[in-house]
Design a binder for this molecule. Structure first.
Ligand SMILES: NC(=O)C1=CN([C@@H]2O[C@H](COP(=O)(O)OP(=O)(O)OC[C@H]3O[C@@H](n4cnc5c(N)ncnc54)[C@H](OP(=O)(O)O)[C@@H]3O)[C@@H](O)[C@H]2O)C=CC1
Ligand SMILES: Cc1cn([C@H]2C[C@H](O)[C@@H](COP(=O)(O)OP(=O)(O)O[C@H]3O[C@@H](C)C(=O)[C@@H](O)[C@H]3O)O2)c(=O)[nH]c1=O
Ligand SMILES: [Mg+2]
Length: 301
């Protein structure tokens, strides 16, 4: 029997962590060891080094984060501890063992002022605490180890955890009409598609020392949308299955005040990932419909 490659994933209940576990379940060549609090607490750097030593993985996937964008505005120190100090400690532990690290980051590192999709060399300029803490996390992991791929993804949805798609389906059951912002544009990305892509990037890092496979990469689904477009696609898919749907009324961000401001344009150009890693994620429409079907079929909580 061929020994399975062991990957340490941070967090157990996150959308990406659960998607990685789901994908690995159908593969006999990799073993996912997902560890979260209390054993591994990103706000407690000692627990990070200890977990990495104990699990002794071949590669680390840094999926856990402080992701409550609005709440981060009033919990800045905690957001930076979890999104910057924790990943830095994880990258140091990976460097000590000489293993690669795949670290997930976000489109919210950008200001949104650009009118076309962002490339990796574009200037960052986060407009909220979450985005600033994630940007510092990127910088800290890259300076702690040369053997790192930072994958910036966006607008993540899945059958797991909390996300915009599940919020929309829940609200549709309660209200005939929903007001949704139509002036923020991004790339809705399925966590299951992220899991597939992360596993390919992981293979590449283990198989090749090529420097072009290290550094920062944009990794979102193909195709773009406003939140209102995304909501309409969710309800079209749901209605087609006899599930709940609502009328979506397009509003502007100024009509939906939130503690954190969000970029008006955070679309990411993913050409570098395609050229360096040979990885392209599917178009979001098909993945959205598939996940709506999966949720309506009740295979998840
Ligand atoms: N969600 C999104 O829309 C986007 C996410 N990303 C990035 O992708 C990655 C994965 O996101 P996603 O799966 O959606 O995240 P989720 O919000 O679904 O899950 C976050 C996970 O982090 C864990 N976590 C939070 N604090 C700590 C801590 N102190 N120590 C250990 N674990 C902790 C949570 O644990 P618990 O279950 O115990 O709460 C949870 O498992 C993150 O790095 C995120 O920044 C990027 C772009 C968009
Ligand atoms: C629920 C709801 C939200 N909205 C708006 C608010 C906001 O501008 C937008 C999305 O709201 P959410 O709070 O779901 O999304 P948000 O938490 O901003 O999502 C972000 O999460 C972090 C972790 C990331 O990294 C980003 O890529 C992005 O996915 O939709 C409406 O307009 N109407 C509604 O009924
Ligand atoms: Mg949110």
């Amino acid at each position: 029997m061929i020994p399975r490659r062991r990957y340490l994933v941070t967090g157990t209940q996150g959308q990406v962590a659960q998607s990685l576990a789901a994908r690995a379940a159908s593969r006999n060549d990799i073993e996912i060891i997902a560890v979260g609090r209390p054993e591994l607490d990103l706000a407690d750097t000692g627990s990070i080094a200890a977990t990495v030593e104990q699990v002794a993985p071949e590669l680390i996937i840094s999926a856990a984060a402080y992701t409550a964008v609005d709440q981060a505005q009033s919990e800045e120190a905690l957001a930076f501890a979890i999104n910057a100090d924790g990943p830095a400690a994880l990258a140091q532990a990976a460097a000590r063992r000489g293993i690669p690290l795949v670290h997930l980051s976000t489109d919210y590192v950008f200001s949104g002022a650009k009118t076309t999709p962002y490339v990796e060399t574009d200037e960052t300029g986060p407009t909220n605490v979450y985005g600033r803490s994630k940007l510092e996390g990127e910088q800290r992991v890259l300076s702690a180890s040369p053997n790192v791929a930072v994958l910036r993804t966006a607008w993540v949805y899945s059958p797991y955890g909390k996300n915009f798609l599940k919020t929309m389906l829940r609200l549709a059951g309660e209200r005939p009409e929903l007001r949704v912002v139509a002036d923020q544009f991004g790339n809705p990305t399925s966590a299951l598609d992220i899991a597939d892509a992360v596993l390919k990037v992981a293979d590449n890092l283990l198989e090749s020392r090529d420097e072009r496979m290290r550094g920062v990469f944009h990794m979102t689904a193909t195709g773009e949308a406003s939140w209102a477009d995304f909501a309409r696609a969710i309800f079209a898919a749901s209605a087609a299955e006899g599930g709940p749907s609502s009328e979506v009324v397009s509003i502007s961000s100024s009509d939906y005040p939130t503690p954190a401001s969000r970029p008006a344009n955070s679309r990411l150009d993913c050409s570098k990932l395609r050229l360096s890693h040979g990885v392209v994620l599917p178009d979001w429409h098909g993945s959205t419909a598939a996940i709506v079907r999966e949720i309506l079929a009740g295979r998840h909580g």
